[in-house]
Write a protein that binds this ligand. Sequence first.
Ligand code: GDP
Ligand code: IMO
Ligand code: MG
Length: 440
Amino acid sequence: MPGTCVVGLQWGDEAKGKLVDILTERHEIVVRYAGGANAGHTVVSNGQTWKLSLIPSGILRDGVACVVTGGVVLDPAAVIKEIDGLESRGVTIAGKLLVSDRAHVVFPWHVAEDKLLDGSLAGGEPIGTTGRGIGPCYRDKVGRSLAIRLGDLYRPEFPAQLAHIAGLKAKLLGTEFDEAAIREEYRQYAERLRPFVCDTTAYLLDAVEAGRAVLFEGAQGALLDVDHGTYPFVTSSNSSGVGISSGSGVPGCWIERVIGVVKAYSTRVGGGPMPTEQDNATGQRIRDRGNEYGTVTRRPRRCGWFDAVAARYTARLSGVDELAVMLLDVLSGFETLEICSAYRIGGNVVTQFPSHADDVKRAEPVYETLPGWHEDLTGVRRFEDLPENARRYLARIGELLGRPVTVVSVGPDRAQTIFCDPAPKRHPWPRPQHPAPANA
Ligand code: GDP
Ligand code: IMO
Ligand code: MG
């Protein structure tokens, strides 16, 4: 059975890129199903660091097809820059990259709108977007009348379509766009991307039906999902596991295994509620040790304790079978560690993640305190060599989320990864019942 998915269970940057790169070894096709150039996925191998944004993290391996589906919003300048950067470092792109003709194209007005709108949410608190035009492009996709898909760039109607939309956007935004210059710029992008553009839905359906091993790479994190996250402090796509099918066109019956990726603590970039945030010396210590600065915008990430209420919700939402706990090495040296296992909201103690961001904002974390460890973990390669308190910490996360921890990461490099025994079990579809979470 073909499909495996790697999905972030927090607010992004859970080290999905590192895990996808490792799992690519056992897959033939790697697929990005949502998001755009707001993503920044890091892979470190043999002392070299790679930053991927629109191109799937599988691209570094030979013989692997990398698919950017119609669920992605595509900034052609960004993807071309990424292709050039990879090729200049010796990575082969030709014959490996496929980009959907259904992907919606990001235009300069989307970036302008993103910058204009981000500070003006009701209540005044900005979302703090990445400024890559993601929200406005998805809005035009759903609105239809102002949208252009990648496949449209090759059609004879494109110049008239562009002129019409550029004119309307100029009126709406009260600014001028040099339509002739944009048309020529995008004509050149289209020519450059022509060898990669195809019907990726048909390609992927053929692939799964032929039994090929496909790896779906989530972008962002499930708490940023437009329908199920901390709305409106979210991105504009279904970044949780629910987006796999709508983004790629591959139905859920082909997804055999979902790996939920979490950091051993919490981070968030941009605005919105984060109950376990430590805006203090503890948070700064995590930020320093974890080098918690955004891959895309370099903004300092907000840091805090592990939030099991939020991650248990997103593990259930994304149909997670097993957990990968990343950046565990960052927590060495704390005398004690806190895990949030419930929220206190208005006098009630709840374990259900609230549906409204205001309730998440009001939530006071109820913490369990666990003993820390002082050993440096970065050289550990076997689960049984982890300090006992680190193993206890992982076990508690697994218990609270009701899923087994099968992967532990102790450093950015490919090699700094522990695969736990027993090896991950492959579930047939439909899956057996998961054990009830300990605090249900
Ligand atoms: P992604 O967006 O989910 O792919 O994650 P990012 O690449 O934005 O952020 C994860 C960061 O953590 C990157 O800088 C990685 O190189 C780094 N990283 C990954 N795994 C580990 C780990 O186990 N320990 C440490 N210290 N850093 C890690
Ligand atoms: P990866 O794939 C972390 C956040 C932004 C902002 C909100 C909306 O690297 O995990 P957008 O530009 O999407 O409209 O911004 O979502 N955000 C991310 N945070 N990692 C990401 O991607 C993110 N992509 C978007 O900071 O709060
Ligand atoms: Mg990232």
